[in-house]
Design a protein around this ligand. Structure first.
Ligand code: CA
Length: 91
């Protein structure tokens, strides 16, 4: 972490905050990660990120962005994020 060459989660937040407002954004964080979760698996995956990022007001996420976002939060390296895990990244 800390490299300027990677897209980190925080890079996405300003656009989301702008879209949702700070209060709405925090509400989205606490309630709405279901939007990014793969409905079958109950975790956030590369595919679910790509598919659902638009629902959070993000532009279509590039493959690289999705990979970086997953890598940032995927502490156990299995390629999937659980929402609680992502929450800890955000705080
Ligand atoms: Ca994981």
């Amino acid at each position: 972490m800390g490299s300027k060459n990677v897209v980190v989660l925080e890079d996405f937040f300003p656009a989301m905050v702008e879209k949702l407002g700070a209060e709405g954004f925090m509400k989205e964080l606490s309630n709405g990660f279901g939007l990014l979760v793969d409905g079958d698996k109950g975790v956030i995956t590369f595919d679910s990120l790509k598919r659902n990022s638009a629902l959070l007001g993000l532009k279509e996420m590039s493959d690289q962005e999705a990979v970086c976002m997953l890598r940032e939060g995927d502490l156990d390296g299995d390629g999937a994020l659980v929402p609680s895990c992502l929450g800890s990244v955000l705080s």
